[in-house]
Write a protein that binds this ligand. Sequence first.
Ligand code: G4P
Length: 525
Amino acid sequence: MDFNQEIKRRRTFAIISHPDAGKTTLTEKLLLFGGAIHVAGAVKSNKIKKTATSDFMEIEKQRGISVATSVMGFEYKDVKINILDTPGHQDFAEDTYRTLTAVDSVIIVVDCAKGVEAQTRKLMEVCRMRNTPVMVFINKLDRNGKDPFDLLDEIEDELKIKVRPLAWPISMGTTFKGVYNLYERNLQLFTEVEKQTIGDSVEIKDINSGELENYVGEYADKLREDLELVEGVYPDFNIDDYLKAKVAPVFFGSALNNFGIRELLNCFIEIAPTPKHFSTDERVIEPNEPKFSGFIFKIHANMDPNHRDRIAFLRIVSGTFERNKNYLHVRHKKQLKFSNPTSFMADKKSIIDEAFPGDIVGLHDTGNFKIGDTLTDGELINFKGIPSFSPELFRYVENADPMKYKQLAKGLDQLMDEGVAQLFINKFNNRKIIGTVGALQFEVIQYRLEHEYSASCRYEPIQLYKACWIKSDDKKELDDFKKRKYQYIAEDKQGRDVFLADSSYSLQMAQEKFPKLEFFFTSEF
Ligand code: G4P
């Protein structure tokens, strides 16, 4: 197969949802459907139990599971599908944002009874910022839920995207009959027997024929009415609008019961975008450029306590990535070669010789990488778009064991490179401040410092509202601001100026009083 065909047959995406909507179940059913796994239950739920906020073993288990299920690749009808997993727990939302930088499209799972929930709304904002095409799967139709038209309105309002149903449910809950596929014009019936297998669908060329009654009985008329309304209300589906992230095709089903999965998958492989171009600070990189380039979007510590190795996840943007070939690590200006690059197929890892744009490769890392790093065939470029978000929870971090100062510094350094949290140094008192987006991270850091670096830390409270990056073309005003706010000025790991606002009021005042200063809430500006 030639290089361009390899690119065209790849679909790299993430499934996102509010916890419990059915992301894990849908992922598993897609793998089952693609023949990548054979039994249900093979994909472990990648979520920390809601009750176990400080259960370290649970966190450790979670980390292990999420390495194994970070990327799940499989082949379906000659298409190479890469599903990137995202953590369900909201304290790890930043991991999810970063993963979304490495995908070409997204499937959003919505629970038909709960509708659009908080986490979905937030994640959709990230997709909107990046113009990522999205499809929606409305799940749990085997339970009573909201009216399908109401759900579609809710999605349009809350997720701020136009929708176009491509499947339609026939009743729901205990009287759920199945889904009609508007894209393929056939019917998939929901029967007890076929709950755990995937039954054949029935082709219905003309929904006005009496044939429909044979299958769905008294629900036939309601289906006809609904479909008429759908066709009347929603404009015809236009693939370009979907690819431009202007409209989201919607499917209905029940992941648990294998329902509506085939419709979703068949349509997905046909219309979902192939690997896209990416911007660098220097120029746009097209996937079909012959020279290799890619970026690190996630770093994961290994589970083996005897090794401090990590796995860095590389998204390939252009060219062919080859095993044992020298590549340029742009930030370090250093050549690196990888003898054991790993690919992920369903629940198995294997060493690969080559990989193509759209693929995710796991690289063994002994501390060379940090999130956002670019690897190339020699060109000096830097991929954009992996911002850190301004944290909202802060604590001073202190060394709790004077003999282990070096270990602590190294541990903190590496954990920050992994993107677990952000470290700031307060210029006023030289104290280190850790900023996170979720409370759980503080415990994760303490635990990992102890277990992986033999270092121990202690936290002390600090009352802060937000940390934001500051910049100005007017040096005088910047210096003046820094002088006046000297207690609240810090540096991030790259030595950039950060303002530590202790309240929303002081942030607002600063913005008003120093109009020539720019305040940034993500690290990319
Ligand atoms: P998540 O990854 O989005 O957090 O959700 P997950 O797939 O773990 O699903 C959450 C719960 O919803 C699970 O039940 C799962 O079995 C159930 N579920 C998923 N899809 C459907 C569906 O189509 N219909 C119905 N009725 N339920 C569905 P649980 O009791 O929390 O977990 P488990 O004990 O079944 O694993």
